[in-house]
Design a protein around this ligand. Structure first.
Ligand SMILES: Nc1nc2c(ncn2[C@@H]2O[C@H](COP(=O)(O)OP(=O)(O)OP(=O)(O)O)[C@@H](O)[C@H]2O)c(=O)[nH]1
Ligand SMILES: [Mg+2]
Length: 167
């Protein structure tokens, strides 16, 4: 889950082996919910990709129990390159957490601070350490003690690697 354009569907494509950055640029906004089966080494994951456009969000909250009661975990994606959406994104997550508590759903939450690209200080110098520390503080603040959560920095634009194959 997460607001529109935060990178959720791209992350799922990446899980499934896509590495071509051009293809990520071609992904269309998800219409309502896309259900994806991802065969990992260990077992099969059934992943629900919740389209983040504004029109869908109230439905997710209204029917939250029906959507969530069988889930093992929620991955919540925040686009760190889009500062204007920090507050709305945190507010939506806050509503999700309140529903989890109210409905006694003890589902683990992983927050991805996403688009944390290796060249971020060149492409987005305004997203400096202070901005990230404040964002982290704001995210941590909305969690109560009875919710298990972890926070990650993520990016699909991973570092260049070279593998020697001959010589
Ligand atoms: N810079 C950068 N861009 C990314 C990264 N991951 C995804 N994107 C871009 O983010 C844009 C939105 O990606 P989507 O995967 O469609 O986002 P979404 O959260 O599924 O959007 P909705 O389906 O509308 O909720 C695309 O242009 C991607 O190329 C990343 O790690 N770094
Ligand atoms: Mg999507």
């Amino acid at each position: 889950m997460g607001l529109r354009n935060s990178g959720k569907s791209s992350i799922l494509e990446y899980f499934q082996g896509i590495r071509n950055l051009v293809l990520f640029g071609n992904i269309k906004p998800t219409v309502h919910i896309d259900r994806v089966i991802y065969q990992a080494v260990d077992y099969e994951h059934l992943i629900w990709d919740f389209g983040g456009q504004i029109d869908y969000l109230s439905d997710y909250l209204e029917q939250f129990y029906e959507y969530a009661y069988e889930a093992d975990e929620i991955i919540y994606v925040i686009d760190i390159q889009d500062q204007e959406k920090y507050n709305p994104s945190i507010n939506f997550l806050k509503k999700i957490i309140k529903l989890l508590v109210d409905k006694e759903l003890y589902i683990d939450i992983k927050v991805f601070l996403h688009k944390f690209d290796p060249d971020l200080d060149h492409t987005h110098p305004e997203i400096n350490e202070e901005v990230i520390i404040n964002l982290l503080k704001d995210v941590k603040n909305i969690f109560s003690d009875n919710i298990s959560y972890s926070i990650f920095k993520t990016s699909l634009y991973v570092d260049f690697k070279k593998y020697q194959i001959i010589g």
